[in-house]
Design a protein around this ligand. Sequence first.
Ligand SMILES: C[S@@+](CC[C@H](N)C(=O)[O-])C[C@H]1O[C@@H](n2cnc3c(N)ncnc32)[C@H](O)[C@@H]1O
Length: 267
Amino acid sequence: MPRLTSQEKSRLYYSASAALDRLLLGTKAVFVGVSLGVLDRETLHAIDQRYYERDRRYWDDEYNTSGLLEWEREAVERHFEACRSILVAAAGGGREVIALQRLGYDVDAFEPHDELVAAANALLQRQGLAASVRHARRDECPELSGKVYDGLIVGWGGYMLIQSRARRVDFLRAFRRQAREGSPLLLSFFNRRRHERYWRIVASSGNVLRRLRRAEPLEHGDDLVPNYVHFFSEEELAAELEAAGFRLESYVPEPYGHAIARAVAVE
Ligand SMILES: C[S@@+](CC[C@H](N)C(=O)[O-])C[C@H]1O[C@@H](n2cnc3c(N)ncnc32)[C@H](O)[C@@H]1O
């Protein structure tokens, strides 16, 4: 065995470590792809429901009264200052609803997790605020008594939890119908910028199984973390917004992906 220099050993170490990272990422991609391939939409919904039951943050009064995150506060100050009424989707335990009501906005909201709806409304009442969170079917935007809002917010990370582009666009179209032309929309998501190989393995291994099940295909960017999420590129999000009657105004990938769009005239 030839004696290696420290430089050679360190190069060997880095190559082995990079090979292990690739192997682990590839193994994870196959596991996620196969899971997404065999699990149906209802099961993925049940996994999401369970995820938000287990993550106690969304049930915690201190968290739910902690106000807007820094990037949310900046987005609201910059783009929503002319709004009086705001409709919030994916409201969870009510964090954004409480913060926005405290800022003086008239806020209505909806959320699919029925126990979180009850917890949010109970907390709003204890805070002396309007209990304005209603239950909605997952992936859907309910028709809300003909009220027209000045601003729209999909609560933190909510948009990427909707499975398939077609359903996301339908959701945004229904959301768009509740707002006047020119209204700002804030939504947030995970930004897809690296690991193209990972996304290719997930979608291709999952789609072999989905084709056998005659189920709808997975899309590039679908993932399990452990609940279903879709990771976005800017072009993809811009296209979904445009198909739903919005124009993308700003796309901010960090520290948490979020975008501002504007409701345009719809025929
Ligand atoms: C990351 S939590 C954010 C909750 C709250 N907005 C906050 O910031 O604390 C995402 C919320 O989206 C809801 N959600 C999950 N899947 C959804 C879907 N398919 N359509 C709409 N909302 C969904 C969850 O129940 C959860 O309350």
